[in-house]
Ligand binder design. Structure first.
Ligand code: ATP
Ligand code: MG
Length: 137
């Protein structure tokens, strides 16, 4: 069954949005198969966002991801990679539709509260980066 990596970023955790975000995935019908809370190192954040390393915001993004607790999760279900991104909404919360997580709960792109894998290859790589095979039920 298809799986994706979802992370609630430090701003989402700090703002107390964990249960709200989990419930949107649960209510849709997806299944939580791994979850842990951790503070990633900056080096780890750089690995996670390695495909953005040429972008001007890369350093600030990695500093931010490593600035506090992150809730890392793996969700499973039919079409969860693509539809999970739909639940999350556009990268820039100014452009996310109401009804999406970022559209309802975030305002600026630097603090968009949640990450979701953008395709099958990245989902596999990100799950392997954040979790050991035994962590998944
Ligand atoms: P994510 O990978 O976090 O799920 P995304 O796939 O919607 O987000 P990406 O293009 O992968 O968007 O960008 C990764 C993250 O980098 C964004 O979630 C956002 O926090 C940050 N970001 C993207 N574009 C900008 C920008 N122009 N200025 C500042 N930060 C940005
Ligand atoms: Mg992305």
């Amino acid at each position: 069954m298809e799986r994706t990596f979802i992370a609630i970023k430090p701003d989402g955790v700090q703002r107390g949005l964990i249960s709200e975000i989990i419930s949107r995935f649960e209510c849709k019908g997806y299944k939580l198969v791994a979850i842990k809370i951790l503070v990633p190192s900056k080096e780890f954040a750089q690995k996670h966002y390695h495909n953005l390393k040429e972008r001007p915001f890369f350093n600030g993004l990695c500093e931010f991801l490593s600035s506090g607790p992150v809730m890392a999760m793996v969700w499973e279900g039919e079409g969860v990679i693509k539809y999970g991104r739909k639940l999350i909404g556009a990268t820039d919360p100014q452009k996310s539709e109401p009804g999406t997580i970022r559209g309802d709960l975030a305002v600026v792109v630097e603090r968009n509260i949640i990450h979701g894998s953008d395709g099958p290859e990245t989902a596999k790589d990100e799950i392997n980066l954040w979790f050991k095979p035994d962590d998944l039920v």
